[in-house]
Design a binder for this molecule. Sequence first.
Ligand code: NAD
Length: 753
Amino acid sequence: MTSSGVTIGGLVGTRWKPALSVEVTDGIAIVTFDLPNESVNKLNRAVKDEFVALVSQLERDSTVRAAVLISGKPDVWIAGADIEEFLELKTAADAERLSRDGQMLLDSLEHLRTPIIAAIHGACLGGGLETALACRYRIATDHPKTVLGLPEVQLGLIPGAGGTQRLPRKIGLTNGLDLILTGRNVRGKKALQLGVIDELVHPSILRSVAIQRAHEVAEGRRKSESHKGGVKGLLLDANPAGRAIVLRKAREQTLAKSRGHYPALIAAIDAVAAGYEKGAAYGFRQESRLFGDMAMTDVSKQLIFLFFATNELKKDPGVDPAQYPDLPVSAFEPLPVDKIAIIGAGFMGAGIASIAVQHGSLVRLKDADHARVAKGYAAVRDVLKERLTKKQITKIQYSDYMALVGGTVDYSGFGNVDLVIEAVFEDLAVKHQVLRETEAAIHPSAIFATNTSTIPISLIAQASSRPDRVLGMHFFSPVHKMPLLEVIATTKTHPQVTATAVAYGKKLGKTVIVVNDGPGFYANRILSPYINEAGILLDQGVAVDIIDKALVDFGFPVGPITLIDEVGLDVATKAGKIMAEAYPDRMAPAKSIPAVVAAGRYGRKSRKGFYSYDKEGQKGEVDPSVYALFLERGSIPVATSIAPQSNEPPKWPEMPAVQIQQRTVLAMLNEAARCLSDGIIRSPRDGDVGAVFGIGFPPFRGGPFRYMDSLGVKIVVQRLEDLNARFPGRYEPAEILLEMARRNQSFYADEHV
Ligand code: NAD
C-alpha cells in the first residue's frame, strides 16, 4: 500500500493555504475540500483555479485510478458559489463568462480519465450540487444536515454550471424541473429516491464506502444509473410530444404562480428545454446566456440584497456598545436562556412554545385555567405532529420536545426561569396585572418580554419595578412559519437584555431586527395605513376581490382583505384603534372593517368574514352578504367577480389595479420613511428585511426602501403629493422624503439616481 501527500495549487509558505488537499492511498486520491478561514466551503475564483490544477494533476498521474471528493467542514460539503463574486459582475457578458468557466471546469471533471466519487455530508447546494452531478458517482449521508438542492432561483438566477442540463437528465424532466423551479432542498433519503444520489450511508462509513466505490467504479464494476421518474417519466422524457406537454404545463403554472415577477423561473425552463430540443452543447450555451441575462435583472439584485441583509443580521448582536461608553464589554454579552415561561397559551403563546421546545428550551406554559392550558398544549402538539408527519423530526424528537412543555395555572416554577414571554390579550390593564404578578414570582435578573403587537412597551413597562429588564419580543403569526422577530427596546431597557432577546430569537431560527418603541413598532405601523386604505377602498365600494387581486398582482402573498380575515377582524380592529389614536390624521379607521366585526364576523376563526369558509376553515369566494354591512342598500360593487344580485346598472366606478396599488402601497412607503426618520428602525436595511419577512412585502422589490430607490424618491414624493391633493392629510409626504427628493438622494448607495 502506498501513501503520499500532494498539495495542489502551488502554494509556498504559510500565508496562503489551499482549499483542496489530496492524499493518495492505494491508487485512490482523497481530495478534501476545506476552505481556510471560512465556516463553509464555497466555490470562488481561487478554489476554481485549484480545481483546474487538480484536474490536470489527476490527468497526468497514472498511479491514481479514481478520486473521492470529500469535505473537511463538519456540516457542509459545498454550499454553492461565492455570491460576493456575483456583486462584481457588471454586464451580462461578465456573468455569462463566469457561467461558461464553471461549465468548462465541471465538464473537464466529468470527462476526466479518473472517475471522481462525490462523498457528500452536509449542505450540497447550487454550484455544490452541480459539482456533485459532474462526478461519476454520488454517495450522501442520511444525516439531517445533508441537504441537496439548486436554490439559484431564490436569488433570481438560474443554475449556471450545468445544473439545468445535468439534473433533468439524471432524474427526469418533471422531477428536475420541480427541484430547479422551487429551489427547495431535499434530504439524503429523498435525493436517493429521486436519483440525485446513487447511495445513502451513515456518516460514520461515508469515507470508507466512498473509497470502496472508487475502486469499483474505476474497475467498471459499478456505475451511476439515471432515474427518469419511473416508467411514466421515461416515456415522457423520451418522447418529444410528452416533453412539450411537461414544459408547457411548467410554463403555465409558473406564470400563474409568479405572475411574471420572477423572470428566472421562465429562463430556467427555457434552459432546460433548450438542452432537450437541440442537444446538450446548445443547452449549456443557453444556460450560460440566460444566467448572464438573469444576473443583470433588478429582481436578482433585490433578492441578493436580501440574502446579504439577512446574513448580516445573523451576525448583528442588536446593540452597539459605542452608544454606552460607560458600560464594560461584559454588559453586552447575551445571558443564557435555557428555561422560559410563556403567559397566555393562546394562538401566539402556544406558537412560541412550539418553536422554543424544538430549540431545547424548557417551557412553562401558563394560562388562566386548565382548559386553556390544555388547549395551548394541544396546539403545541399539533405543530410538532405536523413536523413528525412530514418526517422533519423523528418520533424520539417529538416525545423529547413534548416532554419540555409543562402547563400551569399559577406562577409555580417561575422562580428559576431566565425569560418570560407574555402573550395574553391585547389589553393594557391585563398586561399590567400580569407584569406585576410575574415580577413578584421571578428572579430579579429574569427578563420580561411582551409579545404585544401594538401597545408601546414603555406603557406596559410603567407597571414594572424593573423596567430595565422589560422589552418587546414581537413574533408574527403563525410563529412556526414566519421568519421575523422584532425585538423592541425602550429607553430604559438594559442593552444586555436586548442582546439576550436578540440572541435567543436567533437561536429560535428567527431573523431579528431591533426596533425602538412606538405604536405598532415597525411592521404593524407600516401595515396599518396600508390596511386602512384597503378599508377605505371598501367604503368607497371597490370590491373585496378586486382589492386583493390588485395587491397580489403587485407581489404580496395575499391581499389586504384576506390578511384581515386571517389575522381576525377583532384583532385588526383593536390594533387599528390604537394606531388611529396615535396617528389620527392619516390612520382614521375605515367604516367597513368595524361594521363587519360588529356583525360578529371575525374572519377565518369564526368561519365568516369578508370571504366564506367551510367547516374546516378552507377559504372560498367573497361572501356577497358582507357588502350590505357597510354599503348602502342595493349598491353592489361593480368591480367584483361575483355575479351581481340585481340587474340594476352599477353605481360604483371601476377602479384600475394601479390606483389601488398606489393608494395602499404609497401609504406604506410613506410610513416606512417616517419610521426611519423617527428612529423606530436603525437602517433602511432593517426596514426592508422587516417588511419582507414580517408582512410579506414583495421580495423581488427588495423592501419598501429598495423599492423607493428603484422608483426614485422624487417620483415617490410626486405621487404622494398627487394623492394628498385628492385625500388631504392622508398622504402628506414624510419630511425625510421631501428632503431627499430636494437633494436627489437615495436610501442605498448603489441606487443613486
Ligand atoms: P389569544 O386570545 O389567542 O390568546 C391569549 C391567551 O391569553 C388566552 O388563552 C387567554 O386565556 C390568556 N390570558 C388572558 N389573560 C391571562 C392572564 N391574566 N393570565 C394568563 N393567561 C391569560 O391571543 P393571541 O392572538 O395569542 O395574542 C396574544 C398577544 O400576542 C396579544 O398581545 C397580541 O396582540 C399579540 N400578537 C398577536 C398576533 C396574532 O396574529 N394573533 C401576532 C403578534 C402578536
